[in-house]
Write a protein of this length. Structure first.
Length: 130
């Protein structure tokens, strides 16, 4: 690294490279984040699950993992992460359906709890009047 210079400080020798963008950087410019050496620009950019600089724009339909377009594996109009893509299409569709059903049940549960709380509050208010 004798003839290389820090990307941001041309008067300084680099101590390493950013693991995402590959720029050579001095000690002041590098930061370790989750085992990766990153520059400040790459540290502030959301990364996909697999560490690519590209901002994640997709989610795995089974586990919800944030993915960039480079990592997403598409099958029958659905997107999968590397781990979930090894499942058979039938299993994957069943898993996606379970996620949808689970979200519907969670929504219904929340609505039910709100209704029970409201009814309980009314009963207390009506019962406490002389």
């Amino acid at each position: 690294m004798a003839d290389l210079r820090c990307h941001h400080h041309p008067d300084r020798d680099p101590t390493g490279r950013c693991d995402r963008c590959g720029n050579y950087l001095c000690e002041q410019c590098l930061e370790e984040v989750d085992g990766l050496l990153l520059c400040k620009a790459c540290r502030d950019v959301p990364a996909c699950r697999y560490g690519h600089v590209e901002e994640p724009r997709l989610d795995c339909c089974l586990c919800g993992t944030a993915l960039c377009e480079q990592c997403a594996i598409e099958a029958d109009g659905l997107f999968y992460c590397k781990r979930c893509s090894t499942e058979t299409p039938e299993t994957a569709e069943a898993g996606a359906e379970r996620v949808k059903v689970g979200r519907v049940w969670l929504g219904a549960l929340i609505i039910g709890l709100v209704a029970v709380t409201a009814i309980g509050t009314l009963v207390l208010l009506v019962g406490s009047k002389p």
